[in-house]
Design a protein around this ligand. Structure first.
Ligand code: FE2
Length: 375
């Protein structure tokens, strides 16, 4: 039987969209993926940041792990390591580990008797009311929603940010649509499919900055909180999901697990793409704690830090720059985790069942800064 060649096409987006990233790749046989086809996928991924592989419903968790690992063969530990076990982590309720493939997590909504060795599990789609300071009124809750939490997948303490994440849609609820409200005074809104995953390009986020801001973000670094997902757990998010509100609620160091100073991450604001050499503004806004300024000073006032990060990032999540993926069962999305931010979106009823698998590994090496150094 003739093997069909890979077909790579830009993602289709509405006329009003200015999304300039993302490809769909057809005819991918992941069970028999040649090195040359893998290299084509890798090149497409690093040029386009998000790659949607269609019709992969039969992919096993092991094969998903192996594909994800192929982008960083020396990596092996799940991107958050064992920190998910920390009951106080904001990530704890959202992810369940597949027992026989611990680098792969199950996320979703609804009750399942059994899935890949997980028995009697109830998945709960993260709802903004659990994380945001103010909430959409109950009467509007199924029609309107929020970006839950813009982020890259990364422990940001002790472990390096994963290079690539894979997300596989096993079960997708039927196609209701919702309106994402930014609720930040701009009136910005975005129409999305129920349970979309929204992506923005860090490269675009950098490209649309003023020349002055570009220079600043090339030289400044972000210090992340130790055990950031425990640290932020009592605090609340802005309504656009892009960072936290400063009310002094973060846990003091005395209430965190032990801290090893050498595990604290100070990462460049911009990461360099290993294939194209282009820069992405790549900050995890809710985990940021301080800014190491180009002049050597450290900005530690958390409100000032967050306001500055938000000013730099907010233009990049404007509705016209967001790609909300409209999931179909069998979609396997690979994304350049060091070049995009993404977020969960949506408000589900308990009956609306959704089951996804997520896989990433802490990178075997640090991220590359604009100065070509690894951090
Ligand atoms: Fe994620």
């Amino acid at each position: 039987m003739a093997v069909k060649a890979l077909q790579i096409t830009p993602l289709s987006v509405p006329n009003t969209s200015k999304v300039n990233f993302g490809v769909e790749i057809a005819n991918v046989d992941l069970e028999n993926l040649s090195d040359s086809d893998f290299q084509r996928i890798r090149t497409a991924l690093y040029n386009s940041h998000v790659a949607v592989l269609k019709n992969q419903a039969g992919l096993s968790p092991k094969a998903q792990y192996e594909l994800t690992k192929r982008f960083d063969p020396a990596s092996d530990n799940y991107g958050h390591g064992k920190t998910l076990d920390a009951k106080r982590s904001v990530l704890h309720p959202d992810l369940k580990t597949i027992p026989h493939q611990p680098q792969v997590q199950v996320i979703g909504n609804g009750y399942y008797d059994e899935y890949e060795g997980l028995k009697n599990i109830t998945l709960k789609h993260p709802h903004h009311a659990k994380f945001h300071k103010d909430k959409i009124p109950e009467a509007d809750d199924l029609d309107a929603t929020r970006f839950f939490r813009w982020h890259m997948d990364a422990a940001l303490y002790a472990l390096n940010p994963p290079k690539v994440t894979s997300l596989m849609a096993v079960k997708v609820p039927a196609g209701r649509r919702q309106t994402v409200r930014y609720d930040d005074g701009t009136g910005d809104e975005l129409d999305v499919a129920l349970g979309t995953t929204a992506f923005v390009s860090g490269q675009n986020m950098y490209d649309i900055l003023s020349e002055e801001d570009k220079k600043f973000v090339r030289e400044a670094k972000i210090e992340y909180a130790a055990h950031p997902y425990v640290w932020m757990s009592p605090a609340k998010s802005r309504s656009d999901g892009l960072g936290m509100i400063s009310e002094g609620l973060e846990l003091p160091e005395s209430d965190l697990p032990p801290i090893n100073p050498k595990d604290i991450k100070v990462l460049p604001m911009c990461f360099k793409n290993p294939v194209t050499g282009k820069l992405a503004l790549q900050i995890h806004p809710s985990a940021a704690k301080a800014i190491h300024l180009p002049n050597g000073e450290v900005m530690t006032d958390i409100k000032e830090v967050r306001d500055l990060v938000h000013r730099l990032q907010r233009p990049g999540i404007a509705p016209e720059f967001v790609y909300p993926h409209d999931w179909e069962e069998g979609d396997l999305v690979l994304f350049n985790n060091q070049g995009v931010l993404h977020t969960v979106v949506g408000a589900f009823t308990p009956e609306e069942k959704r089951l996804f698998r997520q896989c990433n590994m802490a990178s075997s090496e640090g991220v590359m800064g604009p100065d070509d150094k690894l951090y």
